[in-house]
Design a protein around this ligand. Structure first.
Ligand code: PGA
Length: 243
């Protein structure tokens, strides 16, 4: 793991944006997994700005969203489909983009088809990730097998509490999601994980310094050959000088 400590959230976003731009210019036909959530928000704005000023071309880039809530209409502003379109995809021209369909009648089939699609596209070149307070990546909650492929998962209490903060009261918070599995994510040639803020500090410490365990899904990243972790001072606050 390569740990890049930067000052604050804006610097995390800037650094992540620059790495994405580098990879896109280094390779044609890049296939990228993208996260949703608060953390990547500013990175998407910066990427869109670069696009609008003509500095980057995403037309060869294939996008796979990491996850989606089960039972959520893609048009629902709280769905991850809506998020990624609204923040990024509707502003840029990409080759192809995919988001798991949380409304699929046969969810297991949807997961298999998603996994197949990633293979068909030549597997992931780059996976961008956030991290949950409980150490989840995508929606791979504590206890998820390191061998997992794209699957339906029950959301943990902690995740529901963290994410329900942003939901209106009259919308029931989903209890399940489709997520790329840990094996799917680990199959990426390069991984970049972003974290900002004190509430991630414990998960970051465990991910970097703790044992590799399914109880802290992100700890699997210690075994990836090409993983960059971009964190601000608050997220790094429990690391001491060890990294
Ligand atoms: P956040 O979510 O960026 O909204 O903190 C990250 C995650 O839960 O993976």
């Amino acid at each position: 793991m390569n740990i890049l400590r930067v000052r604050d959230y804006a610097s995390v976003s800037e650094k992540a944006k620059n790495i994405v731009l580098d990879r896109i210019s280094d390779f044609s036909d890049t296939t990228i997994a993208l996260p949703t959530g608060n953390t990547p928000d500013m990175m998407y704005s910066l990427l869109v700005k670069e696009y609008q000023s003509g500095k980057v071309d995403f037309s060869d880039v294939v996008i796979f969203n990491l996850d989606e809530y089960v039972g959520m209409d893609p048009e629902n502003p709280y769905s991850y489909n809506y998020y990624i379109h609204n923040r990024f995809l509707k502003h840029v021209k990409t080759e192809r983009s995919y988001v798991p369909n949380g409304l699929a009648e046969d969810l297991d089939r949807e997961c298999e088809a998603y996994e197949d699609k990633i293979k068909e596209e030549g597997n992931l070149d780059l996976a961008l990730l956030g991290i949950g307070r409980n150490g989840h990546i995508g929606f791979n909650e504590p206890g998820t097998s390191f061998d997992s492929l794209t699957h339906v998962t029950d959301l943990s209490e902690d995740t529901m509490e963290a994410n329900a903060r942003f939901f209106p009261r009259d919308l029931d918070f989903p209890e399940k999601a489709i997520t790329m599995g840990l094996k799917t994510i680990m199959g990426a040639r390069e991984i970049i994980l972003l974290a900002s803020g004190n509430e991630k500090a414990n998960a970051i410490r465990e991910m970097i310094l703790g044992e590799v365990t399914e109880n802290l899904p992100a700890s699997i990243l210690q075994t990836h050959k090409n993983c960059n972790v971009i964190i601000d001072g608050d997220a790094a606050s429990l690391l001491g000088n060890s990294t």
